[in-house]
Design a binder for this molecule. Sequence first.
Ligand SMILES: *Cc1c(COP(=O)(O)O)cnc(C)c1O
Length: 401
Amino acid sequence: MELNIPYGKQHITDEDIEAVVKALKSDYLTQGPKIEEFESKFADYIGCKYAVAVANGTAALHLCALALSIKEGQKVITTPITFAASANCIRYCGGEVVFSDINPQTYLLDIQKVRHLLESAPKGTYKGIIPVDFAGRAINLEEFRNLADEFGLWIIEDACHAPGGFFLDSNNIKQYCGNSKFADLAIFSFHPVKHIATGEGGMITTNNELLYKRLIKLRSHGIIRSSNEFINDINWASGISNSSMENQNFPGWYMEMQELGYNYRLTDFQSALGISQLKRADSGIEKRSQIAEKYNEAFSVCKFIKGQSGFLKGHAYHLYIIEVDKRLELYNFLKENKIFAQIHYIPTHLMPYYRQFGWKAGDMTNAEEYYTRCISLPMYPTLTESDQDFVINKIKEFYNG
Ligand SMILES: *Cc1c(COP(=O)(O)O)cnc(C)c1O
């Protein structure tokens, strides 16, 4: 048995390590061919046209906000039950975060409440929505797209919890999280607790060529290297002051910084790790589903536990959450037994940073009630059956003993 059982952790194989070592021995540590290879394989996996690898999931969100030109004071809607970065990206651009409550059954952004917000303000008040596939459960983005279109909004899907997750659309077709069929942009994180680990790392996916080009530029300082897009004069760029000379080509060294970008690149050795991890993405989800089914079965008879309404098709099971009474006592009891459960999440609107904008307890009653009861149990592909049995038995012991 493991000494400590965390709520989530990475899975690194010898093959992963070999892939990283190979990249380290190659000519490129960064800005090399592994990045594009990772992007194209990830786009294939998710089922979209373009993917942009970035330094982490938060950088992915920031670049999306920049690419969509969020400006000072513009309002964007998101859920309070998510990692703070989902909201913070709006603040990086000076925008205003408007939280909207969750559905207490799915824990996802409640579309009816979003509709109510949009209908109770003049058109144009809100610019976009950032729905989150919280815990790995795919949010129905077809419904959100229809709503967004009515009000002229863009959508950034925060799919950090759900690579490989899907929902069934109105034609009963599987729509994979982040495929950007309905969202304008989608983002992923490769932090070690997520499905695919590269240490730090992230990805943006889209089908929109213009946004894709803008993201590539913003990821690397706002610099352009293709001569057909240069703005400056060709003779000036070449260092030729004699205007009678006709210069045909921009010099080989020439590049232009056209807007304010960042260095949000992923390295080649991280990309190599990502490519290797991607091969196990499906088997990882299968394993997560088996773990979820075992938890479901174990707790179905327990009146004191409210699980996520049975086994769910298309759930990527980043987290396995239960709602319980005496949550604090359970958390501490598990910790004494070296089981490190976690709480996802402390509602973002009640973080001291967001309280300064007027958000207060009572604003999001579903999210706040959920927060008093939720706890995330160990969920990762290498969780052994005996370790999971130990977790289940300790929980039963706590409530029955
Ligand atoms: C992890 C996560 C992020 C941020 O990703 P980082 O790679 O840690 O920056 C954003 N949103 C959600 C929902 C996440 O789980």
